[in-house]
Design a binder for this molecule. Structure first.
Ligand code: MG
Ligand code: MG
Length: 261
């Protein structure tokens, strides 16, 4: 069942998502060579709680931390660890969620650690652009497949591949609601987009093959060929006037300045 949100509920969704955006900005201040992903997790948890919210990921399906921190070939769901120390040239996807006033926010961004290989930077840039192309297609009266198709077509036209095993999703009082929002698919297919729908669009794009491996820790997903992967996610609402982005990269991009992707 797809829950359509009222105008008031969409405002609450926005509050939760803006807090995710501000949390990502707080994390961005600490991303540097020598920092562990567990340190970033602590920054996030403290910031979320200081702002009167609950980390949505902590305990979700048994997940042990407040952010997913996925480095280089890790696609998503990396578990923060004191043993995972960032080094110059890494890229790290930070996925973060909050629960505020009963509604969930969910957004992700892939950051560069120091100077990154231009070919990897390009993967990040195209993945982020594909997210915005997906958002542009999220128009009332169109279908989920129109979003999926534009993300897939754009990334594949740049010779990247789209992960199949993980998809975007509806969101609201729960982090994962219907419908699924795949990053691959056919135009004109899938559920109809209606005003009041809130969805997360989150391209997970690989430099090499689309194949992934689920690690034995029960969470981490990495590319099978160990080539780099990128992940960007926004939460949006379908509105009569067009898609409205509820999350924000503006806060973190202010921190990154000219180093933003
Ligand atoms: Mg997420
Ligand atoms: Mg999500």
């Amino acid at each position: 069942m797809i829950y359509l949100k009222t105008d008031e509920e969409i405002e609450l969704m926005r509050d939760a998502n803006q807090l995710v955006g501000r949390t990502l900005a707080e994390i961005a201040k600490y991303i540097a060579p020598g920092v562990s992903t567990l340190q970033l997790d602590k920054v996030a948890e403290e910031f979320i709680r200081d702002n009167g919210a609950i980390p949505a990921f902590l305990g979700y399906g048994g997940f042990p931390n407040s952010i997913c921190a996925s480095v280089n070939e890790q696609v998503v769901h990396g578990i923060p660890s004191s043993k995972t120390i960032l080094k110059e040239g890494d890229v790290i996807s930070i996925d973060c969620g909050t629960i505020l006033n009963g509604f969930v926010g969910d957004s992700a961004y892939t950051f560069c650690v120091g100077e990154v290989d231009p070919a990897v930077k390009r993967l990040l840039k195209i993945t982020k652009e594909s997210l915005y192309k997906g958002i542009e297609a999220a128009v009332e009266g169109k279908r989920v497949g129109d979003i999926s198709n534009v993300v897939q077509t754009y990334c594949e036209s740049h010779n990247y591949s789209v992960v199949r095993e993980l998809v975007g999703h509806g969101i609201g009082r729960k982090m994962h609601e219907e419908p699924e929002v795949p990053n691959y698919g056919r135009r004109g297919c899938g559920p109809l987009l209606k005003s009041g729908m809130c969805i997360c669009i989150e391209p997970m794009i690989n430099m090499g093959s689309k194949n992934v491996v689920f690690e034995k820790d029960g969470w981490t997903v990495r590319t099978k060929d160990r080539k780099c992967s990128a992940h960007f996610e926004h939460c949006i609402a379908i509105r009569p006037e067009g898609p409205r982005i509820l999350s924000s990269f503006e806060f973190l991009e202010e921190v990154l300045g000219s180093n933003a992707i």
